[in-house]
Design a protein around this ligand. Structure first.
Ligand SMILES: C[S@@+](CC[C@H](N)C(=O)[O-])C[C@H]1O[C@@H](n2cnc3c(N)ncnc32)[C@H](O)[C@@H]1O
Length: 387
């Protein structure tokens, strides 16, 4: 496909989304009816669509409105592309720009537009992040870094770096966590490398790794909201730990067993009676469902679908999870809370509310991770019984 044809395809996908499809669904539908598209084409179209989602308000500002074609015009203008080359009308490229379609060059004066956030989230960002609000909002408009976790049970950071480099994947040491490598070249090859297939490395954000690294070593540890198992796998890399994984929706853990087998670690899945039988645990990690606002670079649709009502609903779920988890911690154990959110409502405010409901508990650790080149926005807090 030519660069122009890829732009036309992205407009097609955005049109499907404007009619109600989710991004992944629209991309899959386009790929199914476009068998001629190779993997590089599919990746390029996906990049266009996700770049638009990260910068939708700014793209609409420069492109004129939120129409799919206008969004692409605005985005490509922001990226410094020569629009005439892409909108040539030749082959499968979109038709040439009309006079009224020239991109607006002036910068927006509205902060929500400049920060690429829905209006209601600007005060939320300010209240949550203070002077870091603008930097966080702008960081969320960029593509996310690709980060690996080295499996310390099987390799070292320098051996993994050498092995990956020999297979065309270049990395650098990540500053957030000793197990993390930031991929600087060859990211699309990772899943086919021997290092990945043999379980020497896993894809995982560095802040997510740092949340696990902050937990005490050893003991019986429950990952109460295990989902796909990213944190459970990182926990299990410590051979002194017995790791248990639980999720309210066990279907979400379906990849956990093959991932654990690849990593050469043991994780026991516990649901219902098995959870009760195995409790209590020395450490219970609640990696709670959240807005995902710290990871909107990776899943930018969430930025536009989150509503104040959904945020309130999430905080109720988060409180419920902490209240359930309290019952699962040994008397002198640790209850750890984490989200990939930058919003105070889902972080500090949840811990404050927990401490009001459970006056026999106290907080012993808290850390916020800012969205940036090293990793996603994350929050974690550790709680123990006060006595
Ligand atoms: C942020 S995701 C977990 C991500 C995972 N820990 C990882 O690192 O890959 C949150 C998970 O919490 C689960 N969940 C939601 N409500 C829950 C509840 N009441 N109890 C346990 N898990 C819950 C969801 O099904 C979802 O898989």
């Amino acid at each position: 496909m030519t660069p122009g044809a890829r732009v036309a395809a992205a407009i097609e996908v955005l049109t499907d989304m404007a009619e109600g499809a989710a991004a992944e669904q629209a991309l899959t539908r386009w790929a199914r009816r476009s068998r001629f598209a190779g993997s590089k084409d599919r990746a390029a179209v996906r990049d266009h669509v996700f770049d638009v989602l990260r910068r939708r308000r700014l793209a609409a500002h420069h492109g004129g409105d939120e129409g799919p074609r206008n969004l692409m015009i605005g985005l490509l203008h922001l990226q410094g592309e020569i629009l005439g080359d892409l909108f040539s009308g030749e082959g499968h490229a979109p038709s040439p720009l009309g006079k009224a379609e020239a991109p607006l060059v002036s910068e927006p004066t509205d902060r929500a537009v400049a920060w690429n956030l829905p209006d209601w989230l600007v005060p939320k960002f300010e209240e949550s992040l203070g002077e870091n609000a603008e930097a966080a909002a702008l960081a969320l408009t960029e593509r996310a870094p690709v980060t690996l976790r080295i499996n310390t049970g099987k390799t070292t950071r320098s051996d993994a770096m050498h092995l990956l480099a020999s297979e065309g994947v270049e990395t650098r040491e990540n500053r957030l966590c000793a197990t993390a490598l930031t991929v600087t070249k060859g990211a699309r090859k990772i899943r086919n490398t021997k290092a990945f297939l043999d379980g020497l490395v896993e894809l995982q954000d560095a802040a997510s790794q740092a949340v696990v690294a902050a937990l005490p070593a050893g003991g019986r540890v429950l990952d109460y909201c295990a989902g796909g198992g990213g944190k459970a796998l990182a926990l299990a890399a410590d051979p002194a730990r017995d790791v248990f994984a639980h999720d309210v929706d066990p279907g979400r853990m379906q990849d956990l067993a093959p991932r654990a087998a690849r990593a050469g670690v043991r994780i026991s899945e516990v649901q219902g009676p098995a959870l009760k039988r195995e409790a209590p645990f020395d450490t219970v990690l609640c990696d709670a469902p959240c807005s995902g606002s710290g990871a909107w670079r990776r899943a930018p649709e969430g930025k536009w679908t989150l509503s104040p009502e959904r945020l309130a609903e999430l905080t109720t779920i988060q409180d419920g999870i902490l209240d359930e988890a309290v019952e699962l911690v040994t008397f002198d154990g640790l209850l750890a809370y984490a989200t990939c959110s930058v919003l105070r409502d889902e972080n500090e405010a949840r811990i404050a509310a927990f401490l009001e409901r459970h006056t026999d508990w106290r907080q012993v650790f808290e850390r916020r991770f800012h969205v940036g080149p090293e990793g996603d926005g994350f929050y974690t807090a550790h709680l123990i019984r006060a006595s």
